[in-house]
Design a binder for this molecule. Sequence first.
Ligand SMILES: [Zn+2]
Ligand SMILES: [Zn+2]
Length: 273
Amino acid sequence: MQTAEQTDHTTTNPVFGFTILGSGSNGNATVIHGPEGNILLDAGFSRKELERRMRQRNIEPSGIKALLLTHEHTDHVQGCRVFADHYNCPVYLTAGTENKLPCKNCVPAQRILIESGAVFQLCGLRIEAFSIPHDVEEAVAYTFHCGNKKLGYATDLGMTGMMVLNRLQACNALVLESNYEPSLLQASGRPLPLKRRIMSRHGHLSNAAALEAAEQLLHDAMSHIVFAHLSTECNDENKVYDGLCHLLQNCQRHHHICPQVAKQHEPLDTVWL
Ligand SMILES: [Zn+2]
Ligand SMILES: [Zn+2]
């Protein structure tokens, strides 16, 4: 089922966009809309919750053609097996992610292994997977390409080195992790080893690190930037949004780039590119 907005869009440009169903340390899932169907990127909510959030944004769950996973942490795979098997979808994932899925019950029936660096076509989109530094065996982030438009999606990374920044160059829309505020993380009741893990080069991106990376990635053809995967306990959504707006103003980009912060408990509106 296409929304009216989607139908209108096809008359001018190929359908290409994304709907963040929810993002944060308790669950992540995003629908990527391509000219030939929809893809679910990560499935960190139960099937029922994924369906509920999709319908909130006029996305028919049975229209999902495939799932893509970034890595095996529960906040990315919670509903993967149940959703994929129910809708008979293949799941694209790395061998490292497949090996480390939390339980046998989490392994979907149809799996297609990809390697970091893989380039493949799905739903009329060209998709590139690339490795990111995170505390798992083989985590990947993705870029999606349609015509001359590019979407970059990178969360769960301890740092943005040159390799990651190169992959995320020239995105028209960028979704980037902005996980924690160091002072809130330090003040939290989390055990010291966990704090160290989050702050390490294989943990998560701090707000300051996200802003620094974003500054390097802003360019004239970018229209949307979304900060995502905020920690529920150790971040402040308003502070993240203000920081992003401030960056865009400082860089004179506020007239043409729409800033947003992804939410844990509700989907954002669909962004069309
Ligand atoms: Zn995560
Ligand atoms: Zn993770």
